[in-house]
Design a protein around this ligand. Structure first.
Ligand SMILES: Cc1cc2nc3c(=O)[nH]c(=O)nc-3n(C[C@H](O)[C@H](O)[C@H](O)COP(=O)(O)OP(=O)(O)OC[C@H]3O[C@@H](n4cnc5c(N)ncnc54)[C@H](O)[C@@H]3O)c2cc1C
Length: 339
């Protein structure tokens, strides 16, 4: 990633440069807003070979997708910098964004698109193979594992649902009941769809060379499998917002923690918007990008409303120097920097 000198202040700081953040920044840069994306460089799907289910970009490597996005944002004058945001505080009517490397930058509005962390059960082999032959999402990599011997590791409330989804892709699906055995009703559904259920606790994955060959149980049995599907606990990355009084809360689905927002990404803290996986745990790349674009447009509209209100105040009271100065700063200020 190219390194830009951070300016002191922007209309909008976007924290997180995945699909959501870059699409938000694209909308803002095209609206002639000064915008910087600060990105730590670890999109959630980084371990995957390709982004699937995304119209016109199906199969594109995740790194290439974000690289294209960065180029598009820069093409309209937006900045994209590598960095990790450590904290955000408020100072008067600005946000002060502090990076781990000691840099700070001010912003009138904040778009948070930092995604989530996939917490995996403590079963040896899962983390190492995550995104390759340990999978979670039938829409992301289901086609790629079609007709293979798939084991679904039941570690949460969605495991049976996951097994039934993968059954659509392969006739050879086994549910390892591990610490979430199916209810009697679920067991009947699984049996009716031809999904085997293996009771008992899973100890580890059996890996030979560069592939999974089986699932080992704590009682010593091994069941041959080529692919393991598992649900992660999805936890929004939002610790750096604590000083604004913002913390992720449990998601109603039981799948993890998120930052709740309205349909436009607006949250309870004035001036802050969220988009993508940080708020919508199940958003895929297309949905994350769309949410980022919506939030970007909303932020632009919010800034326009503020600038218009101040312009009207100044027009009504042309002798109000403070008001005029404020308008001049808000409306024209960042054009000093070329926007
Ligand atoms: C293995 C795997 C495969 C997947 N495959 C697909 C697929 O095929 N198709 C599909 O549509 N979806 C897929 N997904 C889902 C996809 O990853 C998400 O939909 C998408 O990444 C969400 O985009 P986002 O912008 O919200 O978050 P992310 O893409 O995760 O981007 C967040 C960015 O914020 C940065 N960041 C985090 N904290 C900070 C901080 N404090 N300061 C600065 N930067 C920060 C991160 O480094 C990251 O670059 C897959 C997910 C996984 C786990």
């Amino acid at each position: 990633m190219m390194t830009f000198q951070l300016r002191d202040s922007y209309d909008v700081v976007v924290v997180g440069g995945g699909a959501a953040g870059l699409n938000g920044a694209l909308m803002l840069a095209r609206s002639r807003r000064s915008v910087v994306v600060i990105d730590a460089g670890s999109p959630r799907n980084a371990p995957a070979d390709g982004v699937h289910g995304l119209l016109a970009r199906d199969g594109m490597p995740p790194a290439e997708l974000v690289e294209r996005g960065r180029a598009e944002v820069r093409g309209y004058g937006g900045h994209v910098v590598r960095g990790e945001v450590e904290a955000v505080t408020r100072e008067d009517d600005r946000f002060v964004v502090s990076l781990a490397d000691g840099r700070t930058v001010r912003a009138r509005r904040l778009l948070v698109t930092t995604g989530l962390v996939d917490e995996l059960p403590d079963v040896p082999g899962l983390r190492e193979r995550w995104g390759r032959d340990v999978v979670h999402c039938p829409y992301c990599h289901g086609w790629e594992v079609r007709d293979q011997a798939i084991g679904v590791l039941a570690t949460g409330p969605m495991a049976v649902h996951q097994a039934l989804l993968f059954r659509q892709l392969s006739a050879d699906v086994t549910l390892f009941s591990h610490d979430h055995p199916p209810t009697a009703e679920q067991a009947e559904q699984l049996a009716a769809r031809g999904v085997d259920v293996v009771p008992g606790e899973v100890a580890s994955l059996e890996i030979a060379g560069d592939r999974i060959v089986g699932v080992r149980l704590t009682d010593g049995r091994t069941v041959g499998r080529e692919v393991v599907a598992v649900g992660s606990r999805m936890v929004a990355r939002a610790g750096f917002l604590a000083a604004l009084g913002l913390r992720p809360v449990p998601h109603p689905s039981g799948m993890g923690e998120h930052v709740p927002a309205d349909a436009t990404g607006r949250i309870d803290v004035p001036g802050v918007w969220v988009a993508g996986n940080v708020t919508d745990l199940s958003a895929q790349v297309g949905a994350a990008a769309a949410a980022g674009a919506t939030a970007g447009a909303q932020i632009n509209a919010d800034l326009i409303a503020e600038e218009t209100r101040l312009a009207v105040e100044a027009r009504r009271d042309p002798f109000s120097a403070a008001s005029e100065a404020r308008v001049a700063e808000l409306v024209a200020g960042d054009r000093r920097h070329g926007w």
